[in-house]
Design a protein around this ligand. Sequence first.
Ligand code: MN
Length: 167
Amino acid sequence: MQKHRASALHYDFRLEADGVLVSWAVPKGPSLKPKEKRLAMAVEDHPLDYARFEGVIPEGEYGGGTVMVWDTGTYELEDDDRFADAMRRGRIPFTLHGKKLKGGWTLVRTDGRRWLLIKRRDRASSDTLDITTAKPRSALTRRLLAGIARDEGGDVAKAATGDPQRA
Ligand code: MN
């Protein structure tokens, strides 16, 4: 899961399957609350090595802005399923073993490219914790978006608008 401050802030959720990163853009990011179903727009597959990309995409290019590896880890499909079959069916149940995101989740297609990312109720779900605010730093480098932009020659002020705002 990458956090991406492009023209708008969003999170890019990527699952490795059949040699690519199958990808969704999640405008509000993930929620641990089973009642908060988060819109996830299917976007183009990415190459596997993009999973560890953290840095700055030049302004003017597609996705221009700052990218953070917000969470990383492995996953398992449930029901001994094939990814392509689950995708076609429009319902992908999986277990995450990330640094931040764990336990059971489901992606459900509602219409065209529109899916919902839903936390299932289990030991890793929470009705109170706002995980994106509570854990805003890179899973690889512990940097905030502003720190990544500063280190990599990006737009620090723009990147900082994607970090939690402290009064
Ligand atoms: Mn993106």
